[in-house]
Structures are given as structure tokens and as C-alpha cells.
Design a protein around this ligand. Structure first.
Ligand SMILES: [Zn+2]
Length: 503
């Protein structure tokens, strides 16, 4: 006698449907599970057996074999418990309606259902594979309800699940939660006094997708400015919002972020974070790191020079490719990592180099070493560098209203629209991602701009990379101004935002 049930595994942020097959045969009583990792098999057997017994069902006292197919797919985690238990009970003779139905969830020993990570990407995958009804633990119902066309039920226990499936006590479909509160409690540009240059750099960064470095003394407001960048990014489209929520779902961290939020995320990991915490990985099921939690939003690295060189090296590939590959014992997984990087640094170890308020107490040698670290691994992925001076106290009491983020965001949206319209219809990249050939084709600098660029190149000793960086930023400045060609003014502004560390 055999029976089967459908559930799902995840690879990266993609789901893969899994079929649980149960077979009962004559022979010595036993419970064998194949198709899982060793440790997971052991634990699943214990939980399933106890949960079935404690839910008032007889666990079949015969030779029981459970297979999770496809067998070669690495499967870890506890989300298969419910499907295994249901397949076993069906195999033992219970009449359960499972057509078009999939089951996800971990079993407690008493038969209760516990939430698992990754339900959103799994639910999306199952829906695409033709599943119409999904059974999940109550703690996962909200995210499962985000997937259109899926009827979600959320029983409290294995017993309630079985009574739903055999028709004795059908459960009503779970109702999607209330829509998330409008804009998150981030920082608005209007909350920040002065800092016109830095604010302008944020607008350029948001419009063209450029990475940004802010250099200034402690207390000058770099963190506030970085937070404000998220408020300048356009809303995500629904599909992008689901993609971001899928990453949080894999971390089981949807409580950190409303699942249906369409605002770009903001993440600010501390420099003491582990490498796996930053870029993803870790033991067991590969988990996305901060760089993926910041996907389609802002990753803020405060005190850039305090991050280890190895951590920063690990960021180089995703900054270029917009995805991060995490090496695993059994094959690599890929997580999305399309981020706006904002880094902040003090100008020197004591923080007061070129600070009007306080003298720098650093030794010249320490200062040189520090500045060398500033031009470390990710520096060549950063297009914009701005100085953030400490604000004069008088400025803090200035009564003139500052421009709110919404106004700057509408300019950003218009500039992004120009970038989209200019390039080929599908997948037009933001200016920050243009390769040299596309960059030259789309910027078409005027004669005056070309002369200015040549002169600046000579004077500053610009490398080819530095030259392209200036032109990329100038392209975005021109887009913000609604200009088709890169003119002298746009180029001059780009040159002002290139900073003086590195090329
Ligand atoms: Zn100093």
C-alpha cells in the first residue's frame, strides 16, 4: 500500500516541489526515511511518530518506508514533517482528499503545528506548479496568503489538519492580514538640517543606483543621511516586494518587515557581524545574509574601515553581479543582492581631521594608514564620495523648512523613467550598472563637457575606471535635469562628487 503528499524545499530563494511517498509492506516493523540528510531524517522520524500517536491515531506497526522525491535534491529543515505524517496516515488507510493540495509545517511532539522558514517562496513555487490549496501552520498563514490564487488553511494541529482533509471538520480559508502601514518609520530628508551637498549626493545615488561613501566627523549625521536614502527610493512593484519578502521569509524574519511592504528595505549591520551574517551561509539550511536582506534597498556600512578586509572582499562580487553565491557542501546556492551601498567613515582614526570644531590628534603615519584602508576593497565599486561636515549649531535652529523626501523622490522617479525609456525594453540597467560601451552611447557628452572631462582627466590623473565613474554620475545628473546629453554642468557636478580618496 502506498500514498503520497506534496510539500516543498527551497534552493536559494527558489522553491522546488517535493513529493513524499509512503509505503507500507509486510516485514519487520520499522520506519525508514530516505531522501533527507542524516540528521534531519532522525529528527523527522521522532517528531512524526510522536505527533501521530499523540494526535489519537495509530502509528502503523508494519514496515514503513518514506521517500522524499526528487531524491538527489538536498533537503534540510523541518518543513516536511506535516506532509510525511499525512502521507503515512493516508497510507495506513485514512481517506484524505489531497488533490491539488500541498502541506508545509513542523510538528511538535504533541501534534501541534509550528511555523517554518521560507513559506512565501515555497507557496509561490507550489502555486506555479499547479497547487491550489495549501496547509500551513497558523504562524505562516499571513505570508502564504500573499500568493494569489492559493486557498490557505492554517490548522492548529495535525488532528485539525486530518479532520479538515477528511471532511469531518473543514476549516475556513485563512484571511489575508490587514495591509501594512504606509511608509515605514524611516528618516525623511526634512528631518535633517542643512547638509545640502550630501542630500544632493543621496538624490543622485537613488536616481542612478550609485554606491555612496560619506566621510565626516562623528556626530555629523551620516547615519541619518544613510537612512534617508531609503526614503528616496521609489516604491517596489508587487513582484519585487514579494521577492524581498521571500528573502525575509527564508530567515523566518517576516516579523522584522511587513510581508506585503513595498518600501525598499534598509539594513545596517554592525562591523562585528560574522561573514555568514553579512553575505549568507551558515550551518544547515543556507540562510541569506544582510546583503540579501537589503535586496532592492539600502545596505549601510557605518565605520567602513572597521569592517575586516575579508568581509569587504566578499561584497565585491555581489556589488558587481547583483547576486551572491554561497558555497555549500552540496552545491552552491544563489541569493539576490541588488543593493544600494552606503558606506560611512570618519576622516581619520580620531575622527576630527579637517573638523572645524576639534583638532585632529592622529599621528601622520596612522592617518596615512587609515586613508589607505579607506581606499580598500569596495572603494572601486563606489561612484560618489561626499564630505559630511559637522553642522554649525546655529544651523540646527534654522527655521526655514527643509525639502521633504517626497519631493526629491519624484525627481528620482522621473530620472529613473528616463533611464528605462532610453535603453532597450527589457531589463534596462540603472546608470551605475552601465558597461563602458553603453555608457558612452547613452551619455553623448557635449563638446564643452568633453573638453572639461579631458582637462580634469589630465589634472587628476584619472584612470579609465575613474573616467567612467565620473561619466556615469554625470549621466545621472543629466537625467535628473531632464537632459538628453551630458553637458558641462552635469559633468562639473559629477567631478565635485568624486571625493579625493582613490582614483
Ligand atoms: Zn584624527
Amino acid at each position: 500500500m502506498t500514498a503520497s503528499a506534496t510539500c516543498c524545499a527551497v534552493q536559494g530563494i527558489a522553491g522546488v516541489p517535493v513529493t513524499v511517498e509512503a509505503d507500507l509492506s509486510t516485514g519487520l516493523p520499522g520506519f525508514t526515511v530516505v531522501g533527507l540528510t542524516d540528521r534531519a531524517i532522525q529528527e523527522a522520524r521522532v517528531r512524526v511518530k510522536a505527533a501521530v500517536g499523540n494526535s489519537g491515531f495509530d502509528f502503523p506497526n508494519r514496515k514503513l518506508t518514506v521517500n522524499l522525491a526528487p531524491a538527489e535534491l538536498p533537503k534540510e529543515g523541518t518543513g516536511f514533517d506535516l506532509a510525511i505524517a499525512v502521507a503515512v496516515l493516508r497510507c495506513a488507510g485514512l481517506q484524505l482528499r489531497l488533490t491539488g493540495t500541498a502541506l508545509l509545517g513542523e510538528l511538535a511532539l504533541d501534534g501541534g503545528l509550528r511555523p517554518v522558514a521560507g513559506v512565501l517562496p515555497m507557496a509561490r513555487c507550489l502555486r506555479a506548479a499547479g497547487v491550489r490549496r495549501l496547509v500551513v501552520p497558523p504562524g505562516n498563514a499571513a505570508e502564504a496568503c500573499l500568493v494569489e490564487g492559493l486557498e490557505v488553511v492554517a490548522p492548529l494541529s495535525l488532528r485539525a489538519c486530518v479532520e479538515h482533509l477528511d471532511g469531518t471538520a473543514p476549516l475556513p480559508p485563512a484571511i489575508p492580514g490587514p495591509p501594512p502601514p504606509a511608509p515605514d518609520g524611516g528618516v525623511d530628508l526634512a528631518d535633517i538640517r542643512g547638509q545640502a551637498t550630501a542630500k544632493r549626493a543621496l538624490e543622485i545615488a537613488a536616481a542612478g543606483g550609485h554606491n555612496l561613501l560619506m566621510v565626516g566627523p562623528p556626530g555629523s549625521g551620516k547615519t541619518m543621511l544613510a537612512r534617508a536614502l531609503a526614503s528616496l527610493l521609489p516604491d517596489l512593484v508587487v513582484e519585487e516586494g514579494l521577492e524581498v519578502a521571500a528573502v525575509y521569509s527564508l530567515r523566518g524574519a517576516l516579523r522584522d518587515r511587513p510581508a506585503a511592504s513595498l518600501r525598499p528595505p534598509f539594513r545596517a549591520p554592525h562591523h562585528s557581524i560574522s561573514r555568514a551574517g553579512l553575505v549568507g551561509g551558515g550551518p544547515g539550511l543556507a540562510r541569506p545574509g544582510e546583503i540579501s536582506l537589503a535586496h532592492r534597498g539600502v545596505l549601510f556600512l557605518d565605520e567602513l574601515c572597521e569592517f575586516s578586509r575579508a568581509h569587504l572582499e566578499a561584497l565585491r562580487q555581489p556589488l558587481e553581479e547583483r547576486t551572491i553565491t554561497v558555497a555549500r557542501v552540496r552545491g552552491a546556492v544563489v541569493f539576490p543582492a541588488s543593493i544600494a551601498l552606503v558606506a560611512a567613515a570618519n576622516p581619520c582614526p580620531c575622527g576630527h581631521h579637517e573638523d572645524a570644531a576639534q583638532l585632529c590628534s592622529c599621528e601622520p603615519r596612522a592617518l596615512t594608514a587609515y586613508q589607505a584602508r579607506l581606499s580598500g576593497p569596495v572603494r572601486d565599486r563606489i561612484d560618489l564620495v561626499v564630505r559630511v561636515p559637522r553642522q554649525a549649531y546655529g544651523r540646527l535652529f534654522d527655521a526655514n523648512p527643509e525639502e521633504p523626501s517626497a519631493a526629491a523622490r519624484s525627481r528620482v522617479e522621473a530620472a529613473r523613467g528616463r533611464q528605462r525609456d532610453r535603453e532597450e525594453p527589457a531589463g534596462a540597467p540603472l546608470n551605475a550598472l552601465l558597461d563602458a560601451r553603453r555608457l558612452l552611447r547613452t551619455s553623448r557628452p557635449t563638446a564643452a563637457a568633453t573638453r572639461l572631462l579631458a582637462a580634469a582627466g589630465e589634472r587628476l590623473g584619472l584612470s579609465a575606471r575613474g573616467f567612467h565613474r565620473v561619466l556615469r554620475v554625470a549621466r545621472t545628473v543629466a537625467d535628473l535635469a531632464g537632459e538628453d546629453r551630458v553637458g558641462e554642468d552635469a559633468l562639473a557636478e559629477a567631478l565635485r562628487h568624486r571625493g579625493e580618496t582613490g582614483s
